[in-house]
Design a protein around this ligand. Structure first.
Ligand code: ADE
Length: 990
């Protein structure tokens, strides 16, 4: 308590200064509150300042310096600290805590009493020798210090002295140390503590790299670039870097290290994989459990070794299970008919754990025997297997041209990718086939008598007398080039035939067999004849072409064809077409063509052969030193997004957002990153995010845009649930529609219009952002792959764009309707938790999002208009804008609200009874509203069916008062209804 004495110090105030939280980025050079011994500060003159040391309850000294010569004129009292070593500091900060009485509170002092004091410093490389004369002129002034607070009145009318804290920057300091000095010119001051510190970025681990303690740059606007060193068992991907900011904060992490093989990231370090797990590649993936039939016994395994009897094929990845050869094929059977012998089998019962099973047919002919031992030899080479004998993927094979009256043994072997790697026996199934026929071949040589383009006349003789009369002959033939089972046959009663219906210039294989009363005899050998050529000229060319393709292969053919097209001038059309589009682009874009609307046309940067040219044309290059990065505010696909200031000499500083491109990028990534700037740079509209420029000539590559204080619209609305008037919300939609009208008139289709891609400034102005993603959409976490392989944010996208990629300004209008819905529901997720597939089906069936709670009918009607299935029926953006303007001019049009809960799409009363097997409790847990379980149960709502008909009034009636909670519950009920309806439509039972 202050009792009004000359020196009035409030000890209770001191307690607050002993604790000093959150100072890890400060290095303290002096703190008078922690000095245990004497401070040994000097005063000039000696009776000016008083040093007072008191003891606190823990017997620690409390050093204070006081002065109060307010009655006497011309005061000049100096207090000088001891020598303070600078250490690594470049700029030091002095934090002073003091009380200062205001002169009005002291009677009779007007004219002599002052309310400020001065702070000075003196740099030296060594402490001044004792006895050095104090020369005030040696000291440089830092600042005049005044109190922010002096006395305040308590409830009891007492006047209480207030503790002031003032911080001043001193420096740059370059000598080894310095003194501080305090000049009093007639004030009543108690200097309670002096703390001297400098800031540093504390040593840290980031992206598996260690960064040392770093002192910020002397110039507070520059960042110190620091390279990190990978932690143990990590390796560099891109050089890891951080920037140390003036406030001791680390900014803009670039590059990274990744854990080496056998190690995984844990708590910022790389730890060895435990036994039983492995990691085969360096990267920031986790160790994986050993795949089946393999194990690792040591730590830091880079591979798991296969258990006995199991193997890995050369092409198998280390993540695949070890496998073994298959067992033998099952149920091998043979079948023989007039023309071929067939083998059929079933896959092995044990595939060895693999899917790459193939079969080989091994054939032996076992006609003779020596004693009891059957003699076998390899089958004759002209036996034909269809489709082939080795590497069969199916489970059957046909065999033709086998000998009659022969005994064949066929072995069908099952093999997979690891067959032959171990010592296991081969997996064979065997079958023996006897090919007895009515007799040996009777037909000998078959001759070609004549040939035309489509027919060949054949005749033959018999090699021996038939055992019985020949009934007829069968002539079998097929194209030599197509050795398949497809063949043709014809019959003749005489030993000659004219085979018709053949292709010109084609080689055919023929063989003939006779049929007697005893059945077919064996076939004659194969005879090969060709039909005549179609036209001598064509035939010659064809021949040349065949020779060329056969000898030099497909690539050469391509070259020849291209040359041919060039020579005949067929490529010219293509070249001209390209030139035309190039010319068109140049004339359209470079002559600054302005269509009737008065708005320039958008130029797709992809039409530039060299994309850097597009950047140069549409984006200003900014000198990197003009950019002052202050904070990291987000992370994009390409790198950090920071906020900062753009300080162009001669221009006012402006707040900017800076998108950085992570180090170690590929050329393509750089192009994709800068593509956004070449698009944005073409726009100039108050509702389109403005590009300030780019940094491309130095690293990191950056895109600098205007700063939007309230960030993305969706998260902004979520944090401000229910806090805006309908008119304010309509104002936001209007802004977006202004931006979109401009874009559509420029001919630019956004493709990813969504609240997350709208930025909001401090005045609630909404601006369209996120360009350049129209081609890639990689950056949008909402984008999902469609059946056609495109990546699309399903919930925001018009059906024709999802189904067949038809993006247009009309599909942007659909997305705008969804954004309106997001705005009116304060950032609710469109279609709630429904799956993308269900969303597509529901839209296809004609359902549309119901009006959010409290939504004016007019706005929901506009949304529904934007969601017309037929894109030509949707309004244009300029129509949307005029409509919103009309609503704003006539706000009474916004007063009629859609009934709090709309029945959707049929009246809920009409819905059949669904056996919903989820409890009210589970449902409330899932939407994080568990606290209301009793409200529902007490009011008799025990099944999901029963809640599906609840209105907002019902929700209020059961005692849920918070508007945000009402909104969440009602949204979820609407979502449930939509899902129920969808389930009903698709015929599923819940
Ligand atoms: N996030 C991304 N871009 C931004 C911007 N321009 N302003 C604020 N936050 C942002």
């Amino acid at each position: 308590m202050c009792f009004g004495g000359k020196y009035c110090v409030f000890l209770f105030l001191l307690e607050s200064i002993l604790s000093d939280p959150g100072t890890t980025n400060r290095v303290v050079l002096l703190d008078t509150t922690t000095v245990l011994g004497e401070l040994d500060w000097k005063t000039y003159p000696v009776n000016g300042w008083d040093a007072i040391t008191e003891m606190d309850e823990q017997n620690r000294p409390i050093h204070t310096f006081q002065v109060c010569h307010v009655m006497e004129p011309n005061q000049n009292n100096w207090l000088r600290s001891g020598w303070i070593q600078r250490q690594a500091a470049q700029r030091v900060y002095v934090e002073l805590r003091f009380t200062l009485r205001d002169c009005n509170s002291i009677p009779w002092v007007s004219g002599t009493c002052k309310e400020t004091f001065n702070l000075f410093y003196l740099q030296t490389d060594e402490p001044l020798p004792a006895g050095t004369r104090f020369r005030t002129s040696d000291y440089a002034k830092v600042d005049t210090i005044a109190a922010d607070e002096s006395f305040t009145q308590t409830d009891l009318g007492d006047r209480v002295l207030r503790l002031n804290t003032e911080v001043r920057e001193v420096g740059p300091v370059t000598h080894k140390g310095f003194y501080l000095a305090f000049q009093d010119v007639g004030a009543c001051i108690a200097l309670v503590s002096v703390k001297v510190f400098y800031k540093r970025c504390p040593s840290t681990l980031r992206n598996l790299a260690a960064f040392p303690d770093t002192v910020p740059h002397m110039d507070s606007s520059s960042l110190v670039e620091v390279r990190g060193a990978c932690v143990e068992n990590a390796e560099e991907r891109d050089t890891p870097k951080l920037y140390c900011g003036a406030d001791g904060d680390w900014l803009v992490p670039l590059g990274r290290c990744v854990c080496s093989i056998g190690h995984e990231e844990m708590d910022g370090y790389c730890r060895a994989c435990k036994p039983g797990s492995f990691k085969a590649y360096a990267g920031n993936t986790k160790c994986s459990k050993c795949p089946p039939h393999s194990s690792s016994h040591d730590q830091a395994a880079t591979i798991c070794h296969c258990d006995k009897g199991f193997y890995r094929a050369i092409k198998d990845s280390s993540a695949m299970a070890c496998t073994r050869p298959p067992s033998a094929p099952r149920n091998l059977a043979s079948l023989i008919n007039d023309t071929a012998l067939f083998l059929q089998w079933m896959p092995p019962s044990d595939t060895g754990g693999r899917k790459d099973i193939t079969y080989n047919i091994l054939c032996q002919r076992c006609d003779g025997s020596i004693g009891d031992v059957t003699q076998c030899e390899p089958c004759e080479p002209d036996l034909r297997f269809i489709p082939r004998s080795l590497g069969l993927t199916g489970t059957s094979v046909a065999i033709i041209d086998y000998a009659t009256h022969a005994n064949y043994t066929f072995h069908v072997e099952a093999v997979n990718g690891v067959s032959g790697l171990g010592v296991a026996a081969r997996s064979l199934a065997n079958v023996t086939v006897n090919t007895h026929q009515a007799g040996p071949a009777l037909v000998g040589v078959v001759r070609k008598d004549w040939a035309t383009q489509n027919s060949i006349a054949l005749s033959w003789s018999q090699v021996e007398q038939p055992p019985s009369d020949i009934v007829d002959y069968e002539v079998k033939y097929y194209e030599k080039e197509q050795e398949q089972l497809s063949y043709s046959s014809t019959r003749t009663k005489t030993p000659s035939v004219v085979v018709t219906g053949l292709r010109p210039s084609t080689v055919y294989v023929f063989h003939v067999r006779a049929r007697t009363a005893a059945g077919y005899t064996a076939y004659s050998p194969n005879f090969v004849f060709a039909t005549a050529a179609e036209d001598p000229d064509i035939a010659d060319q064809g021949q040349v072409l065949v020779v060329v393709t056969a000898s030099v292969g497909g690539f050469s053919l391509l070259v020849i064809l291209t040359l041919f097209l060039l020579i005949t001038g067929r490529c010219q059309g293509y070249i001209k077409a390209r030139m035309k589009s190039e010319e068109k682009r140049r004339t359209r874009f470079h002559s600054g063509h302005v269509p009737f609307s008065g708005i320039k046309t958008y130029v797709d940067p992809d039409t530039y052969e060299d994309p850097t040219q597009a950047v140069e044309e549409f984006a200003k290059e900014i000198e990197p030193s003009y950019i002052c990065i202050e904070r990291v505010i987000g992370a994009g696909e390409f790198g950090e997004v920071c906020s900062g200031r753009l300080r162009v000499p001669g221009r006012m500083d402006i707040a900017v957002a800076i998108k950085t491109l992570k180090g170690g990028y590929m050329d393509q990534q750089r192009q994709d990153f800068l593509r956004e700037a070449s698009i944005m740079g073409q726009f100039n509209n108050p509702n389109i995010i403005r590009l300030e420029g780019v940094v491309t000539k130095s690293r990191p590559v950056m895109i600098v845009v205007e700063y939007m204080e309230n960030g993305a619209l969706d998260s902004f609305l979520r944090t401000r649930d229910g806090q805006f008037t309908v008119l304010q919300l309509v104002g936001m939609m209007r802004g977006i529609s202004v931006g979109m009208t401009y874009l559509s008139e420029m001919g630019y289709v956004h493709r990813d219009l969504a609240a997350r891609n709208i930025l909001v400034d401090e005045n609630l102005v909404c601006k369209v952002s996120d360009f350049g993603m129209s081609r890639i959409l990689e950056d949008d976490s909402e984008a999902a792959y469609t059946a056609t392989g495109g990546k699309i944010p399903i919930r925001w996208t018009a059906p024709e764009a999802i189904a067949y990629g038809k993006f247009s300004s009309a599909s942007d209008v659909w997305s705008f309707g969804i954004v309106m819905w997001e705005v009116m529901s304060y950032g609710e997720r469109p279609y709630w938790e429904m799956s993308n597939q269900d969303v597509i089906l529901s839209i296809e069936e004609g359902y549309r999002l119901p009006a959010p709670m409290g939504c004016p009918v007019t706005l929901h009607q506009l949304m529904l208009h934007c969601w017309q299935k037929e894109s030509s029926q949707r309004p244009r953006f300029n129509n949307v804008l005029s409509f919103l303007d009309k609503l704003i001019i006539n706000p009474s049009s916004l007063l009629t609200l859609v009934k709090d809960v709309q029945s959707f799409p049929d009246s809920p009363e009409d819905m059949p009874d669904y056996p919903l097997f989820i409890s009210i409790g589970d449902w409330l847990d899932s939407i994080k509203m568990s606290q209301y379980k009793n409200n529902f149960l007490a009011a008799g709502y025990t099944t999901l069916d029963s809640i599906s008909t609840m209105s907002i009034d019902d929700i209020r009636r059961i005692g849920i008062c918070l508007i945000g909670h009402q909104r969440r519950i009602i949204s979820s009920i609407q979502s449930l209804r939509l899902q129920l309806h969808h389930i009903q439509q698709s015929g599923f039972q819940v």
